[in-house]
Design a protein around this ligand. Structure first.
Ligand code: UD1
Ligand code: MG
Length: 452
């Protein structure tokens, strides 16, 4: 089949310079969700009809095998579909979706496939308050005879609770002629796509209706309140899937997944965590409250404590991260590494069992196994123009408040005394210190506060 996605609307009520369909839901533009659902049907063609926002929409989805049709003026949904016709395989059915209706499930779209060359399918729902929607008209035998827009409907028609979701599937060869037959002689002066239902009935083409599993699958985004509402639906659905897969969530309504989170068995996630991009948590991982984890993998049994921020990191098994730790891109930590509070690691590898437990910056470094990095240690990786690497051998012990001025190497098994500035390579074994003297003055008078 073909899929046409209507996305030309401006979305005035979003009160934003960004075209409506580019607003993110679950970290992805609304339109990306619709495209993903469309792709699940393996259609021959997907054509996005765009208009407002210039080329921002085609640019955001360039190189993804999509066709784009520009609708310069928004003259109505039928006119919008007409713009897509040249891009379609007209021998095959055409499914129409909406760039601002992001949460339709693939299983629902699957039901929209036509089972006959002469057939139209319309997705409908029953709403307690159908105000604003097109109403589905049926005859005494229950067969669909048409759709009437709210603004064109009389009192009796407005009492109908079955509404058109807008999603419909039409045989390709019939679509062009029907669209050409639609006029704009109605309350809104628009070319209405649902008018194809009336034309199908006139041509004795059966119109079948399908239902989604959930009403929210058909809800659109017109303003920020609706966007926030569907964001919560989306997040809760993801949380439900995690629970069903055996993940422990302290509160399924307090987790946000903006991308893909994969979890092994016996993973537990505390409240207020945000996962972005692709995050993989192996068996037995536990994530404490209020962590932000982006594009990161954590090995089996690793624990991340509260308020940690992990971005582009890979961490081995049985490691301990946080609380208040920051791992930045290309932080690669081996098994059983400990990174404690207010420690930042960037573009560095740390070997088995190495530890930096308090207040340190480890950047552009290669750290061996069983290394201890004391509190207040800084790798001075930046000379104001270029970044340089620090190499720390296995079993090195670095005391507190040490500066390692890169490029520099600290040989295996050596000890760096507290408060040392290391600017030359340190040989293996032994102790490195900067000469300094401790002075002691007797009779020292502390300054006193002046009397008022
Ligand atoms: C449409 C249906 C209505 C249905 C409702 C469900 C029509 C005439 N009516 O009404 O039966 O109950 O959806 O939400 O189709 N668009 C374009 N180009 C246009 C016009 C619209 O791309 O020229 C896009 C809009 O950006 C929007 C979608 O099509 O995403 C729907 O258009 P809108 O005018 O909002 O239709 P509704 O009045 O909601
Ligand atoms: Mg609308």
């Amino acid at each position: 089949m073909n899929v046409v996605i209507l996305a030309a609307g401006q979305g005035k009520r979003m009160r934003s310079a960004l075209p409506k369909v580019l607003h993110p839901l679950g970290g992805q533009p609304l339109l990306a969700h619709v495209i993903a659902a469309a792709r699940s049907l393996a259609p021959a063609r997907i054509c996005v009809v765009y208009g407002h926002g210039g080329d921002a929409v085609p640019q955001a989805f360039a190189g993804q095998g999509l066709a784009f049709a520009r609708q310069a003026e928004q003259l109505g949904t039928a006119h919008a579909v007409q713009q897509a016709l040249p891009h379609l395989d007209r021998a095959q059915p055409v499914l129409v979706l909406y760039g601002d209706v992001p949460l339709t499930r693939p299983s629902t779209l699957e039901r929209m496939r036509l089972t006959d060359e002469r057939q139209v399918k319309l997705l409908t729902v029953e709403l307690a308050d159908p105000t604003g929607y097109g109403r589905v008209l049926r005859n005494t035998r229950g067969a669909v005879t048409g759709v009437v827009e709210h603004k064109d409907a009389n009192e009796r028609q407005r009492a109908i609770s079955e509404v058109n979701t807008g999603i419909l599937c039409v045989p390709g060869p019939l679509l062009g002629p029907w669209l050409a037959d639609i006029d704009n002689d109605n309350a809104q002066g628009e070319y209405y796509l649902p008018d194809v239902i009336r034309l199908a009935v006139a041509d004795r083409v059966p119109v079948l209706t399908e239902r989604p599993d959930e009403i929210w699958e058909t809800l659109g985004v017109n303003d920020k309140a609706q966007l926030a509402q569907l964001e919560r639906v989306h997040q809760f659905e993801q949380a439900r899937a995690l629970l069903a897969a055996g993940v422990t969530l302290s509160d399924p309504s307090r987790i946000d997944i903006r991308g893909a989170l994969s979890c092994g068995s016996d993973v537990s996630i505390d409240v207020g965590c945000v996962f972005e991009g692709s995050v993989k948590l192996a068996d037995g991982v536990s994530v404490g409250p209020h962590c932000v984890i982006r594009d990161t993998t954590l090995g089996a049994g690793t624990r991340v404590e509260a308020f940690s921020h992990l971005d582009g990191a890979s961490v081995g098994a049985r490691a301990r991260i946080g609380p208040y730790a920051r791992l930045r891109p290309e932080a690669a930590l081996a098994d059983e590494v400990h990174i404690g509070n207010f420690v930042e690691v960037k573009a560095s590898t740390l070997g088995l069992r190495s530890k930096a437990n308090h207040l340190a910056y480890v950047g552009d470094s290669t750290v061996g196994r069983d290394v201890n990095i004391g509190a207040g240690t800084i790798t001075c990786n930046y000379d104001g123009a270029n970044k340089h690497r620090t190499e720390i051998g296995d079993e090195v012990h670095i005391g507190s408040d040490v500066q390692l001025v890169a490029p520099v190497k600290v040989g295996r098994g050596s000890t760096v005394g507290a408060g040392t500035t290391v600017w030359q390579d340190v040989p293996e074994g032994g102790l490195v210190l900067n000469p300094k003297q401790q002075q002691h003055r007797t009779g020292w008078q502390r300054p006193k506060k002046k009397a008022r």
